[in-house]
Design a binder for this molecule. Structure first.
Ligand code: FNR
Length: 365
């Protein structure tokens, strides 16, 4: 069944359509949803859709390369996996499916603070190709414990996400009463009953947990506010982290310049997949302005709204060194399991390869 679905994935839209059929409404709306009336998502998609690529001819594009250089390592694709919390909601074992994909293509797998699998296990499965994502919360005591734990586990790259001082208001989550752990009222009961394959799977494997908060000798308060982070916090994290430090969730060129001055190693331009501020500018529209602010050589990554290999080419032509996909990877898993994920990855790779050929390019940048 899952394999049949995997074969039906010829685009990210196919994956989303199939996922919508299989997932409870509550889970689909959690993954797919965005802030407010979702005009932020539309604004970014409109900017991406309006951008055109430049077709060029007679340039011998028979030998095309997908590899990219990231902090001295060579990846086999110029795109990776954005950090997402509670991925195992899309299917049991989703975190490890993503980790195996990262290992195979030597691309970074963003491991969320609120991942549903312990960070050590993901790093091991990803064969080292995992970056740990951190949210700063409360006075930082728990945050620094987690940072230390990631360092001890062998993580070399830390991604500090800075665009969640408060979690955005997402009406589609609120409508379903989406909360972790689930509260099963009558509405949720009907929702789960109407999606029996997903529900039985969860019953069998146990519902996903936030796996990184259980630390011996420390009681992590999951309700801590993330609002107190400031530039001093960044300096403390920079001091505590000897590896590469990426700051994710940047949309303003002035902030980007300041981050560069304050010693971060890379910036990820992102609107958190439009989940935070409905009225934020389109990250795709901001990308060239941020590239201009940080100069041509500073590592700049991009996520939000990417749905195809052509989108990857657009952001790389627009100034990004590397791109990340988010929710569509979860849709592929929900639709077709690990086979579905691999199929969508191949689709994205083919789309990029074909687009490069049409544009007379042998590398995406
Ligand atoms: C996210 N994202 C996210 N980012 C982060 O830094 N930490 C996190 O825990 C999460 N959790 C999360 C859950 C879900 C369900 C989604 C869809 C997204 C944001 C993510 O890293 C990335 O910025 C967006 O997903 C990119 O946009 P697209 O590709 O999903 O449109």
């Amino acid at each position: 069944m899952k394999h049949l679905n995997a074969r039906a994935i010829h685009s990210a839209d196919d994956a989303r359509r199939l996922a919508r059929r299989h997932l409870p409404w509550m889970v689909f709306d959690y993954i797919d949803g965005a802030a407010g009336t979702e005009t932020g998502a539309t604004r970014n998609r409109s900017a991406l859709d309006a951008a055109v690529l430049r077709p060029r001819i007679l340039k011998d594009v028979s030998a095309r390369s997908f590899s990219a250089s990231l902090f001295g390592t060579t990846t086999e694709r110029p795109f990776g996996i954005a950090p997402m919390g509670m991925c195992n909601l899309s299917a049991p074992g989703a975190d490890l499916m993503l980790a195996r994909l990262a290992a195979r293509y030597k691309v970074p797998h963003g491991v969320s603070t609120v991942a549903s699998t312990p960070l050590e296990k993901i790093l091991e499965t990803a064969d080292g190709h995992a970056w740990f994502q951190i949210y700063f919360s409360g006075d930082g005591a728990g945050t620094f414990k987690l940072i230390e734990r990631a360092r001890m586990a062998g993580y070399e790259t830390l991604v500090l996400t800075v665009d969640v001082p408060e979690v955005g208001r997402r009406p589609r989550e609120l409508r379903h009463g989406f909360k972790m752990p689930f509260r099963i009222g009558p509405r949720q009961f009907v929702d789960f009953a109407l999606h029996p394959v997903w529900s039985l799977n969860m019953l069998f494997h146990g519902k996903p947990q936030m796996a990184n908060f259980d630390m011996p000798g420390y009681d992590f308060d999951r309700t801590e506010s993330r609002a107190a982070a400031d530039w001093d916090t960044l300096a403390r994290i920079r001091d505590a982290w000897p590896g590469h430090l990426v700051v994710k969730g940047v949309l303003d060129p002035e902030d980007a310049e300041l981050l560069k001055e304050n010693g971060v190693d890379a910036i990820q331009v992102s609107s958190h997949g439009a989940r935070q501020l409905e009225s934020a500018p389109s990250p795709f529209a901001q990308l060239p302005l941020i590239r201009e602010a940080v100069g041509p050589d500073f590592p700049l990554f991009f996520d939000s709204g990417l749905r195809s290999g052509e989108d990857v080419l657009k952001v790389m032509q627009g100034g990004a060194d590397f791109a990340f996909f988010g929710r569509i990877l979860q849709f592929a898993i929900a639709a077709g399991g690990e086979a579905g994920l691999n199929t969508l990855w191949q689709v994205l790779s083919d789309e990029l390869s074909i687009a490069m050929a049409q544009c007379g390019l042998t590398t995406p940048q």
